[in-house]
Write a new protein. Sequence first.
Length: 252
Amino acid sequence: MRNLINALIGLAAILAIWEGLIIVGKYPPALLPPPTKVLAGFREIAVSGALVEHVLVTLRRFFMGYLSACALGIALGLVCGWLTRLWAVTEPVVHVLRPISPVAWFPFIVMWFGIGDIPATVIIFISAFFPVLLSTVAATRLINPLYLKVARNFGVKQPLLMSKIILPAIFPNIVTGLHLALGAAWIFMVAGEMLGAQSGLGFLIIDARNGFRTDLVVCAMITIGVLGLIFDRAIVIFERWANRVWGVGPAA
């Protein structure tokens, strides 16, 4: 209840500042639409079904890219973290590629995959892949040697050692990487849709801008922010659950 009250207070403060900026700065609606105009824009695209359509397209692309990056990042992270020679070879390459913005790959992505869903999905994949990979490698390399000693005493060998001992032992650390990857993927999802998609929330921003509908631009921005908050809260709950089950975090 207290969190809800604090959220409502914060929302009221934002709306007051927003309306105050319009009054003091005397901005025309084309430059800074008032909350009432944005609300009318929400009603317009909600009634027409455009908002739901764009949201569903964005969510499909996002989960395709994010979940693929998580699966591949965890798998390669386990292998590279366990095989130290392999990681010694691949680590410099990873650290050269990781700082490159996923958007910088866009010219090549368009040439390779054309336009549509795939370019945005690939950008989401790239942005989520490296945080998951690096967190998994780090967790694998820092696994408690006692676990491996017990496994050897019981004659546990690969691939059971990886699936039954290592992965469960480092799972809470992997979840932390999934959390970081989620935020990065959601941010670059918008960029990917703004650059090459013909639908989705990022495309809605560009399309509304081209039509001088700044109220719809703000509608899309708010929708992106609210969905991002929901995903962040959801993975925080998942992270707390993993820590509690594995006994490495608070009970609540």
